[in-house]
Design a protein around this ligand. Structure first.
Ligand code: WT7
Length: 649
């Protein structure tokens, strides 16, 4: 296969912090001497007490991951206080509202005051170090204040994406026993209000039945929409912050004290609470932000993610602010008021670095180039992609049309679990191949293995593992360390298994091929097939369900559901609609099934295991090659599945 290669652009090389020789030298040192390398780079953040120990990690046995363990620091101090002297009046956050006429700028000095006040409100309401605070917010600056306020007092935040349903929110509140919630009256996206407070009220009721009683809810007034009010529990943000001090001393946090929990889907069971800690996470998030995007002082940086996902944590808030950057936060959607919005915002705020997801690129590509070319985009210098494999067509469009051949595209591969980017080009160092995340970041040691765990060398296709720890790595599954070990370190003993398939080419470049487990990636959102299945079977009409992904032009993967009904029920379009509504209520709109096929039976082995391989093939409309079906208990079910498939070309 011949693949186009784009050499490093000369201007990018000229201004880059890291050129190829530096990349090679640093990379070699980072894997030969991790202690020395990270001992040096750990100093990029400020410590109240410097660390003397750098790395203390083991992927064997009980799995224990500690970085900079005797260092003492505070994340909010690093993201705010340390910048005040030099850049107190520099803009920290540019907020661009859903409505194009709605925007504001927050300087580092203002950020300091907002964060301190909210931290004092939390304290006044009884939040203590180590307590879990749930944040269920729209994309407004107060979401960042909330994160940083928690970090300031050593509380552990758990952000739940505003698109999740009350049930999903309740499940997360209960799992980490969070008795404090920060939310808003409503969110606003594409001109439509999202009833965050009403959802929160419902979630609190559900959580109460689950044994967790939420004591206080801080509510930001965003739209002024009508909300129900429980005066013994609810607190208006604007009233509360006005009555507290504008200073709040930062808590002295040990490097391994928890910073946040973020729930993410796996192949089985409920979403897992991924736990990230303080020192190593911030070192890694800030270092990757600086070098992957080649961030220089004064640059305007925009990541379009939502703070409800890890990308928003590491690359809207923590990484950029630790670097004293100006970070843009966007409340809206790429297609409102029209499909040129992102590029209008680039021009309006003179954005230099732009980081988004392939699903957005594909959606906008479909709207035609005129929405792009009506903007100048002359400020743009670096483009980034994250969340799923980017298909070469979308990459080329991003590079040629959006970036006009001037801007390197950094295709960054990482995961909620990794805390920061692991495989990525560097703008001034790496020749690009469309569709490849290219090479490992400093300290990252990828390895490909086959199904039996045999290590594959050279050019090869296999399962992607990482053989040694990096500072941004998750430390445990909140409340379930055994699940952490089982999920990530048991498949291939002594290695972190990513769940992704991957090819390494003859140049040592990595090409992520997608999940090899039962995890879907729908528009860059990660979802367990098991979660959608359990939502479906919780509907009265459903007896059994199997969910698989299938290729979708815009979303990357679509959700295809095979549903077996209870005796006496018949499949109909009305029931399809009812099931879709039901899944949206259980999980949220992002889990909306794209196709539902009513199936009298599912293909099972004689031991009762559903053969998903066959279901995937049928969903892909590729039933000519179903492979061996001889182990099926009842091979005839396959004929029915094919005859009634929903995905005919
Ligand atoms: C999964 C992680 C990392 C923040 C957003 C998603 C897929 C992510 C890429 C990429 C190919 C990618 C992987 C990974 N993925 N980035 N550049 N190329 N695949 O975080 O929700 O934890 O999902 O997203 O399959 O395992 P997440």
């Amino acid at each position: 296969m011949s693949v186009k290669t784009y050499p490093v652009l000369e201007p990018a090389k000229q201004r880059a912090l890291i050129d190829d020789a530096t990349y090679q030298a640093w990379y070699r040192q980072s894997v030969a001497d991790p202690e020395g390398f990270w001992g040096e780079h750990g100093k990029r953040i400020d410590w109240f007490t410097p660390y003397t120990k750098v790395k203390n990690t083991s992927f064997e046995g009980d799995v224990s991951i500690k970085w900079f363990e005797d260092g003492v620091t505070n994340v909010s101090t690093n993201c705010i206080d340390r910048h005040l002297e030099k850049r107190g009046d520099q803009v920290a956050i540019i907020w661009e509202g859903d409505n194009p006429y709605d925007d504001k700028k927050i300087t580092y000095r203002e950020l300091y005051e907002h964060v301190c006040r909210l931290a004092n409100v939390l304290k006044a309401n009884g939040v203590q170090q180590g307590d879990r605070v749930t944040i269920y917010m729209p994309m407004i600056p107060e979401a960042a204040y909330a994160m940083l306020a928690c970090a300031r007092i050593g509380a552990v935040h758990s952000i739940v994406f505003g698109g999740f349903s009350p049930d999903a929110l309740a499940g997360r509140i209960v799992d980490c026993q969070s008795t404090f919630v920060i939310t808003a009256d409503e969110g606003l996206r594409g001109g439509k209000p999202i009833p965050l407070k009403a959802n929160t009220d419902q979630a609190i009721e559900i959580a109460g039945r689950g044994g967790v009683e939420v004591k206080s809810v801080v509510v930001v007034r965003r739209t002024g929409g009508k909300v129900n009010w429980f005066s013994e529990r609810d607190i208006w943000y604007h009233q509360a912050v006005a009555t507290v001090e504008a200073d709040c001393p930062p808590a002295k946090m040990k490097a391994e004290d928890p910073l946040f929990i973020l729930y993410t889907s796996g192949s089985t069971g409920k979403p897992k609470g991924v736990l990230h800690t303080t020192g190593g996470y911030l070192v890694y998030a800030s270092m990757t932000h600086q070098y992957v995007f080649d961030y220089h002082d004064g640059d305007i940086y925009w990541c379009t993610a939502d703070v409800g996902w890890v990308t928003g944590h590491s690359y809207i808030v923590y990484g950029p602010l630790a670097n004293g950057a100006t970070t843009l936060m966007f409340e809206g959607v790429p297609t409102y008021p029209d499909a040129g919005r992102l590029w209008d915002v680039v021009d309006k705020h003179k954005v230099n670095i732009f980081y988004t997801a392939p699903t957005a690129i594909r959606a906008l590509m479909g709207q035609g180039d005129a929405f792009v070319t009506r903007s100048s985009r002359t400020s743009l210098r670096t483009l980034g992609s994250v969340g799923e494999p980017i298909n070469p067509e979308a990459w080329e469009w991003y590079y040629h049309i959006v970036g006009e051949d001037r801007c390197p595209v950094v295709d960054t591969w990482w995961q909620t679990e990794t805390g920061g980017i692991l495989i990525t080009p560097l703008p001034g160092a790496t020749a690009l191949k469309p569709g490849s995340a290219t090479r490992p970041f400093f300290g990252v040691q990828p390895q490909l293995v086959d199904a039996e765990g045999k290590v594959l060398d050279g050019a090869a296709d296999g399962n992607l593992c990482i053989t040694d720890s990096w500072p941004g790595q998750m430390r445990t599954v909140y409340g379930d360390h055994e699940r952490f070990i089982q999920t990530y370190f048991a498949t291939y003993k002594g290695k972190y298994f990513t769940g992704d398939g991957c090819r390494r080419d003859e140049d040592g470049y990595y090409w992520i091929t997608g999940r090899v487990d039962d995890v879907l990636n729908v528009s860059g959102h990660r979802m367990g097939t098991a979660e959608v299945e359990s939502a479906l079977v919780s509907h009265d009409a459903v007896s059994e369900a199997a969910v698989v992904g299938y290729p979708h032009d815009i979303k990357g993967q679509g959700i295809y559901c095979y549903v077996t009904l209870m005796v006496g029920q018949t499949g109909s379009d009305d029931l399809r609609k009812a099931l879709i509504t039901h899944v949206r209520k259980e999980i949220g709109a992002i889990a909306s099934p794209d196709k539902i096929q009513f199936a009298p039976g599912l293909p099972k082995t004689r031991s009762g295991k559903i053969m998903r391989r066959i279901l995937r093939k049928i969903a892909e409309d590729d039933f000519g090659a179903l492979g061996d079906t001889s182990t099926l208990a009842d091979p005839a079910v396959v004929d029915d599945l094919i005859a009634n498939r929903q995905n005919r070309k």
